[in-house]
Design a protein around this ligand. Sequence first.
Ligand code: PBG
Ligand code: ZN
Length: 324
Amino acid sequence: MLFPDFRARRLREKKNFRRMIRETKLSVDDLILPLFAVEGRKVKNPIKSMPGHFQLSCDLIAKKAREAWEIGIPAIILFGIPDKKDPLATKAYAKDGIVQKAVKEIKQKVPEIEVITDVCLCGYTDHGHCGVVDKGRIDNDASLDLLARTALSHANAGADMVAPSDMMDGRVGEIRQTLDEEGFSNIPIMSYAVKYSSALYGPFRQAAESAPQFGDRKTYQMDPANSLEAIREATMDVEEGADIIMVKPALSYLDIIYRLKEEIDLPIAAYNVSGEFSMIKACEKMGWIDGKAVMIETLLSMKRAGADIILTYFAMEAARELNK
Ligand code: PBG
Ligand code: ZN
């Protein structure tokens, strides 16, 4: 049908008609809030690169989790900043590690909310890499056991789901096997399956104090130029037992989200990363954009592309907008 028989504007005329025919809906059900745990009590360190976000001690993180739950957010994802770093990331899998303590306190005070833990070594190694370093190289296979131990210690602390973000080959299978052997066959794995080596992680690395101290992450994270490789990575993790497949970052990789949604029959998560958050915040502060409107538009674009779940630093603000 062509103009003038068809007029695309007819159904745009009335607000309620627009509401009725809207194809994509953003919901608070889709959102996961990332939080950063530090040692101490009553500690609230502002993260300069991420306005409105803080490194929080366990007491305050539990309070934040309560707020998130009350506004309707179903889950949080935890990152830890340990008091000590060493070459083997000992504090990542210590019983009294910061994430383990945070999980315990949150599950005790806010049992209703699901607690997901980021499983990686970079925040806990003195060299800042996501795996074990041997003669300047990141040793894939030597890292697997430490990652599995980390995931297991999170599950032992009470985590509801684990999310490996290291990009070592084979880690999903290793974690699945360890969890199953230790009685945690019910704990799902959300794999950072398709994680690109992106400059958009900059603000996060300030927040988590996890920047690599030499080199970069290009030998384990993906090349932003590749999309067939995304299918291979996702397929590998599905075979190894992943329950949710994540694409990260989100905005510059909407084509990848779309493609994986077509190819993979598991829920797809998109990580709206720190750089994507901070760019919008900075522009808003300059008075150059309407921050709230851009927030909703970008989150919606991730859902439209095919994401079922969105990890976002906007979770609280978005939930407030969506509850209006
Ligand atoms: C650690 C990790 C990173 C992010 C999540 N887990 C950073 C990295 O790989 O350097 C990035 C999150 C963000 O930028 O919001 N493996
Ligand atoms: Zn890492």
